[in-house]
Design a protein around this ligand. Structure first.
Ligand code: DC
Length: 230
């Protein structure tokens, strides 16, 4: 990484799925006019590509090679992200439950994580980057200016996912979603490499009883507090 890149400020927003970190990170990036990295989308892209090619979720060597050579492009549409894999729009498939489960398994494999490190750091460009994921503050950008760990109870997160998927017309079951969220939390938190846990210097925010707007106000306050200290 060049010296210029390391001087580019990063805000890291980590936490479990359904904590609201993706929306908070995207809106903060828009507010600041900074770049945005949804690192989970990269793990999900590995999953989509592997499922299309019939690669198993425990075939570490094949998944590592796949992650290394992934042909992806990100764009922004009105209110969200557009994702292209091998030149095809696949945005709609990224958040489905089979892709969530596969990506969580693939993300536990060291070869997959190693293959995605450089790709994630390449998003660090002036004037700044807001990055969301599990290990943005702990592993990928340990020198981030501000680290936030956003969490919420499993019930609140399952209810939010249920609403999102329902709105997209998917046929979902709340208790099954809750069970999948618990399983994914367990796998993401107990894996040996880059487990889901707050960096020691992260600000922990529990959003169970909060709206996205409430969380954004807190994060903006933390960010402005930092700028005032400079
Ligand atoms: O944030 P998400 O739900 O889109 O992430 C999908 C999966 O990818 C999740 O199960 C954990 C994994 N992931 C990860 O291990 N590290 C990241 N920085 C981001 C996501």
């Amino acid at each position: 990484m060049s010296a210029q890149q390391t001087s580019v400020p990063v805000v890291a927003i980590d936490g479990p799925g359904g904590s609201g970190k993706g929306t908070v990170a995207m809106r903060l990036a828009q507010d600041l006019g900074w770049h945005f990295l949804d690192s989970g989308a990269l793990y999900r892209l590995v999953a989509v590509a592997a499922m299309d090619r019939g690669i198993a979720a425990d075939d570490e060597a094949a998944l590592g090679r796949l992650a290394e050579g992934l042909d992806v492009n990100f764009g922004v549409s009105g209110d969200g992200m557009l994702v292209l894999l091998d030149g095809n729009y696949i945005t709609g498939r990224l958040r489905s439950e089979p892709v969530s489960a596969f990506s969580s398994r693939a993300a536990a494999l060291p070869a997959v994580r190693a293959a995605l490190v450089r790709r994630q750091r390449a998003f660090r460009k002036p004037p700044g980057l807001v990055a969301d994921g599990r290990d943005m503050g702990s592993v990928i950008f340990p020198d981030a200016r501000l680290k936030v760990f956003l969490t919420a109870s499993p019930d609140a997160r399952a209810a939010r996912r249920y609403k999102q998927l329902k709105e997209k017309g998917e046929n979902v079951n709340l208790s099954r979603l809750l069970e999948e969220i618990r399983k994914r939390d367990e796998r993401d938190s107990s894996r040996a490499i880059s487990p889901l846990k707050p960096a020691p210097d992260a600000h922990i925010i529990d959003s169970t009883e909060m709206s996205i707007d409430d969380v954004l106000i807190i994060v903006h306050g933390l960010f402005q507090g930092l700028s005032a200290d400079d």
